[in-house]
Write a new protein. Structure first.
Length: 100
């Protein structure tokens, strides 16, 4: 199944904080595997409450949050902004929890 067929929401522009870029680089990753997981509804290691909130956000347009451990155990967050007044999600951001 291709990513396009299984994407559950629009990502908007994809951006990253400096810390997330550094962490991805240290783990020999460009982040695409995590972005694909996020976009297809694999929310990673978030708690059940956050998973449920994400599922509701797919309908309501609220913010979406995924979290993953990189191979060196660094925690990576991916956040997609809530829909704007026109119903568009403007951005998805890679960041480390301490950068939030």
């Amino acid at each position: 199944m291709s990513m396009k067929q299984s994407v559950k929401f629009d990502l908007g522009q994809t951006v990253s904080t400096p810390g997330a870029l550094e962490a991805l680089g240290q783990n020999n990753s460009n982040g695409l595997e995590y972005l694909q997981r996020h976009a297809t509804g694999d929310w990673g290691i978030v708690c059940e409450e956050d998973k449920e909130a994400n599922e509701e956000a797919l309908q309501s347009g609220a913010r979406l949050l995924s979290a993953y451990f990189l191979p060196d155990e660094t925690k990576l967050w991916i956040i997609t902004e809530a829909k704007d007044d026109d119903g568009n999600r403007q951005a998805t951001t890679f960041l480390l929890p301490e950068e939030y």
